[in-house]
Design a protein around this ligand. Structure first.
Ligand SMILES: Cc1cc2nc3c(=O)[nH]c(=O)nc-3n(C[C@H](O)[C@H](O)[C@H](O)COP(=O)(O)OP(=O)(O)OC[C@H]3O[C@@H](n4cnc5c(N)ncnc54)[C@H](O)[C@@H]3O)c2cc1C
Length: 498
């Protein structure tokens, strides 16, 4: 009797779904397009940052399994559901679906606790923290990451799925959906690395990411300027199951013409690799200046904290000549740079004209841009890297709204950067049970679920860093439970009829 749940993909969303379906008593098959050594999707490339709502520090301790937050050894600022909701609404410019947002935020803490119960450990976030009075400060909901980052998360999740005795088929891509006579989905057609196709039957959960690694779909939906962009994640998220779902009448949702992008080292590979992962991120621009190849500024570097502004910066740099920018810092802020700048492509010099010459920029124009900026700095306001200090420029465009210090202390450093696509925002429309809705009727398509980056409606324009993994966990857990219940119901009905 078919009580099988088929999970397409093997990133965080899919593996959480597999665990939830297995918990509920279903037989589970996980299909991973990648070979075993490349398994894990974009999830494996992440820093493992997980944004979640909490009022009490005890919730953080519970996830860490110690008393590090309540002991006061570090400073942790609570992050309420209201603040998390506002962050999603602000970054989406009010477009995010309120019901999906409420679902994501309200389950964000509980799903991490559930994951911990399945052997997924957490630790304090490694990046995007600040220090005050000798203590590390965790604020803005960026408190925890999976232990060992994305690599650790992937290893812990596969171990859990293996313990649950789910079947995992590597090098196996789902290539189409199989429909029954009355419009429900009853399985998937798969193709393995040797080119053999086979039909598999069961409830189908689509957890196979967005279409960010497909140049044709990027051009189709995002526009021609995204055709040749560098891809930060895996080459496997190519959207063929999104197309298959549209062919069976699934409703689309969300911001199809936009995506997540981030500022990355100009020498990042064209296609992300396990070795580079998220280590090419260049998100300390708030403490410096950014110019393009014409030595002109093009963004408000200090508009907000990096997690709230890095997506806008990643997209803005792609609009500059050759898609390239340069982040300039002086020695005063050297200690404030993200540790990932340690591996960065960088030019260094003791004078600004010499620095420009080394980087191939017009020395005079570069020095003039910095001079104009320095002259616009408000010396009456004190610089404070631990708060949005309001130390802004006056009378230049674009302004710098915070952390605007003069650039005057050698050595000066210039980090060339570009933008890389992370994931796409458009996807399938789901309900709170992660069931895919029919475009015509608005009701769930029997047998079909979508999770993580396959879905739309959560994120528009940008997103608060660390929300993607939690979105995958919340949708994945719901889909696994719902698909297992349907599979077990189907098996019972079939047994009764036979
Ligand atoms: C460099 C980088 C850093 C990031 N850092 C963070 C972070 O710290 N925190 C955060 O919340 N988010 C982060 N993100 C975003 C994050 O990756 C996602 O939100 C999350 O991992 C998506 O999970 P997912 O399961 O939906 O997709 P993925 O993890 O991408 O998994 C998709 C899976 O589907 C498989 N697949 C694709 N097509 C098929 C097919 N046809 N058949 C079978 N399998 C298929 C893929 O091989 C893969 O296993 C980052 C992304 C990148 C690229």
């Amino acid at each position: 009797m078919a009580k099988r749940v088929i999970v397409v993909g093997a990133g965080n969303a899919a593996l959480v779904a597999a665990l939830a379906a297995s918990d509920a008593g279903a037989d589970v098959t996980v299909l991973e397009k990648a070979p075993r050594d490349q398994r894990g999707g974009n999830t494996r490339y992440t820093a493992g940052l997980v944004r979640f709502a909490f009022d009490e520090l005890a919730a953080v301790d519970e996830l860490l399994g110690n008393n590090a937050a309540t002991s006061g050894a570090v400073t942790v600022e609570p992050y309420t559901a209201e603040t998390f909701t506002n962050a999603i609404m602000q970054t989406s410019r009010g477009e995010a679906d309120p019901d999906l947002t409420d679902w994501l935020v309200s389950e964000s803490q509980d799903v991490l606790r559930w994951m911990k119960g399945h052997g997924i450990d957490f630790e304090f976030a490694q990046y995007l923290t600040t220090a005050e009075g000798g203590k590390t400060v965790y604020r803005n909901g960026l408190v925890l990451q999976s232990a060992g980052g994305g690599e650790g998360l992937t290893a812990m999740e596969f171990a859990a799925v293996e313990r649950a005795e789910c079947e995992i088929r590597y090098g196996t891509a789902a290539i189409d959906l199989i429909r029954d006579d009355i419009g429900g989905i009853v399985g998937v057609r798969i193709r393995n690395d040797a080119g053999y196709t086979e039909d598999l039957y069961g409830e189908v959960i689509l957890g196979c990411g967005g279409f960010e690694a497909n140049p044709e779909m990027r051009t189709r939906y995002l526009g021609p300027e995204w055709n040749l962009v560098k891809v930060r994640g895996v080459p496997y998220n190519t959207g063929e199951l999104l197309d298959a779902a549209l062919r069976v009448g699934a409703a689309t949702y969300g911001h199809w013409a936009d995506c997540h992008a981030a500022p990355i080292d100009v020498n990042s590979p064209k296609q992300g690799t396990l070795e580079t992962g998220e280590r090419t991120n260049r998100t300390s621009f708030l403490f410096g200046l950014a110019v393009n190849e014409q030595a002109e500024r093009f963004i408000d570097e200090g508009r907000d904290w990096a997690p709230q502004n890095y997506v806008a910066v990643g997209k803005a740099v792609l609009k500059q000549p050759n898609g390239i920018g340069y982040q300039l810092f002086d020695e005063k802020v050297a200690d404030l740079l993200d540790p990932r700048y340690g591996d960065a492509t960088v030019y260094q010099a003791d004078t600004l004209p010499e620095l420009a010459r080394r980087a191939g920029l017009d020395p005079e124009k570069f020095a003039r841009t910095v001079r104009e900026y320095n002259a616009a700095v408000d010396d009456l306001v004190a610089f404070d890297s631990t708060v949005r200090d309001g130390k802004a420029t006056r009378g230049i465009d674009p302004p710098k709204s915070n952390w605007a210090q003069r650039i005057d202390t050698p050595p000066f450093r210039l980090y060339p950067f570009t933008g890389g696509i992370t994931f796409t925002f458009g996807g399938l429309r789901i309900d709170r049970g992660a069931r895919v809705l029919d475009a015509g009727t608005g009701t769930p398509i029997p047998g079909l679920y979508a999770i993580g980056e396959m879905t739309g409606g959560f994120f528009y324009h940008s997103y608060p860093a660390g929300s993607g993994l939690v979105c995958g966990s919340v949708t994945g857990r719901a889909a696994g439970a719902a698909a297992a219940a349907a599979a077990l119901r189907g098996a019972t009905t079939a047994a009764a009829l036979s």
